[in-house]
Design a protein around this ligand. Structure first.
Ligand SMILES: NC(=O)c1ccc[n+]([C@@H]2O[C@H](COP(=O)([O-])OP(=O)(O)OC[C@H]3O[C@@H](n4cnc5c(N)ncnc54)[C@H](O)[C@@H]3O)[C@@H](O)[C@H]2O)c1
Ligand SMILES: [Zn+2]
Length: 452
């Protein structure tokens, strides 16, 4: 009571593109009475019966939805069982003082008197904790929980507890990162660690080496440790090995923590094209430890900041100004929600391509000498200019420098990438939209990013 479940639930449902069900409203509709009327006319015992019926009916629906449960629903063992079997349950934590201030004077039958309210609050705590898969203080916590993402300083040390199940684990680590954080990961995995593997890149050869050495059965789990390169190839190995085993990803670069390890896309590069072969294979857990970023070289950090600025522009908030832990949490939650909403990249998720049409063209034209983050920084400039918006955040945070690439080569690469249709992600007042633009405008915007 008073945790703000209805407001929060509505917003979670909006962000995830699910329908929202407020269980109290369902009950009221079932019997055409308000909750206070039900309590007054029939008493709490009968209310709990109605609540159980409504909750079980809702929880047995197969269509994914966001449900706000009444504060007392978890007192029912039947509802607790249904939650365990059919739902991801998030406990919305609130201080008793705040809860009382919100719930009092609202005619709620169980919030009439402060002493009794506080006793109820205390009594229910253990039940909430037992029923909850995750706890949350606000919107981003719920979105992260829904995506199976843990963000916490020092999370790597808890890795052993965060890998679900009890089966063996194969640790696949970036060769360089293995030397820095590999031992901590091994210690955290303890007795479950069956083998360790290092990867240098994400080519077909790296993938084949993993396929041939993993030696897991179907109950095993791949744990990926590294930047986007290592997590992409380890994830694709997990997606395909034995027709698919579970995997947990532990991103160690800023790109990994805010982008590559979020959303379930895995892939390897072939000489013909980057990310040409891959799969959607959502990790069972994503363990994000922002403390790992302290060893990241500055140039790699800047690469990640390009995705942070992109995310902040999409979210309409200067997320790039936040300290690491909060910055990573907010960006990961933003991408996670979009990806849960559109897991197979058919619509809303296209927003994440902001700046990337231009960025990819410049990268390709440089023969992949230009780092992705530097190319995306330039691409964001072009996208903002075409959207008629301020470019200040990009200029100030990312300081992009004109690319030294051949103009025609860049243009041809852009046309190839777009397969003839110049649909570009633009930024409007209420987020991103895709728009088909005239060739001359797109070409001019690309030209402006190139030196000389
Ligand atoms: N799957 C997706 O949705 C997705 C999204 C974006 C990018 N990606 C992929 O991610 C890759 C790029 O990822 P990246 O930018 O993380 O590059 P990366 O994985 O190659 O890492 C960059 C460098 O940083 C080092 N490093 C990583 N973490 C470190 C740490 N904590 N301390 C010190 N050094 C560290 C690595 O060893 C490497 O040398 C690309 O292949 C791209 O295609 C995938
Ligand atoms: Zn990118």
């Amino acid at each position: 009571m008073g945790a703000g479940k209805t407001t929060l639930g509505l917003e979670v449902a909006r962000r995830l593109g699910r329908t929202f069900v407020d269980l109290d409203r369902e009950i009221e509709q079932d019997v055409r009475r308000t909750i206070p009327e039900i309590f007054a006319e029939r008493g709490e015992v009968e209310f709990r019966v109605l609540e159980r019926e409504a909750a079980l009916r809702t929880l047995h629906e197969t269509r994914p939805q966001v449900v706000a449960l009444g504060g007392g629903a978890v007192t029912s063992p039947a509802i607790r069982t249904a939650l365990r079997e059919h739902a991801l349950t998030v406990y919305v934590e609130v201080e008793p003082d705040v809860a009382w201030e919100r719930a009092r004077d609202r005619g709620r039958p169980l919030a009439q008197e402060e002493g009794a309210f506080r006793t109820l609050y205390e009594e229910r705590q253990p039940l909430y904790r037992e029923a909850a898969d995750a706890t949350a203080r606000g919107l981003d916590d719920v979105l992260l929980a829904a995506a199976g993402i843990d963000v916490a300083l020092g999370a790597l040390e808890s890795l052993g507890n965060l890998v679900p199940g009890e089966g063996p684990v194969a640790l696949v680590a970036d060769a360089h990162v293995a030397g820095i954080h590999g031992m901590d990961a091994q210690l955290a995995l303890g007795g479950r660690l069956a083998s360790t593997h290092t990867v240098a890149g994400k080519g077909a050869d790296d993938l084949e080496r993993l396929w041939r050495t993993l030696a897991l059965d179907r109950g095993g789990t791949v744990v990926a440790l590294g930047g986007g390169t290592a997590t992409d190839v380890a994830g694709f190995a997990a997606a395909t090995y034995m027709r698919g085993v579970e995997w947990v990803t532990v991103p160690t670069s800023l790109v990994g923590q805010v982008d590559a390890a979020i959303g379930g896309k895995t892939a390897v590069d072939l000489p013909e094209a980057k990310n040409l072969v891959g799969a959607f294979h959502w990790p069972v857990r994503t363990v994000v430890d922002p403390a790992l970023l302290v060893t990241l070289p500055e140039a790699e950090r800047l690469n990640g900041m390009a995705e942070v600025v992109k995310t902040g522009l999409l979210a309409g908030e200067p997320l790039w100004e936040l300290a690491d832990e909060e910055l990573v949490r907010r960006c990961a939650a933003y991408k996670a929600a979009l990806c849960l909403r559109d897991p197979h990249d058919r619509g809303p998720r296209h927003a994440l391509n902001l700046g990337h049409t231009f960025g990819h063209a410049l990268e390709a034209a440089s023969g992949y000498e230009l780092p992705h983050g530097r190319a995306v920084a330039l691409g964001l400039l072009a996208a903002l200019r075409l959207s008629g918006r301020e470019t200040a955040p990009v200029e100030e945070v990312l300081r992009p420098e004109p690319a030294r690439v051949d103009r025609d080569r860049a243009w041809q690469a852009l046309l190839r990438d777009k397969k003839g249709r110049l649909r570009i992600v633009l930024l409007g007042d209420d987020g991103a939209r895709e728009e088909e633009l005239p060739e001359a405008d797109v070409r001019a915007a690309l030209d402006d990013l190139i030196a000389g």
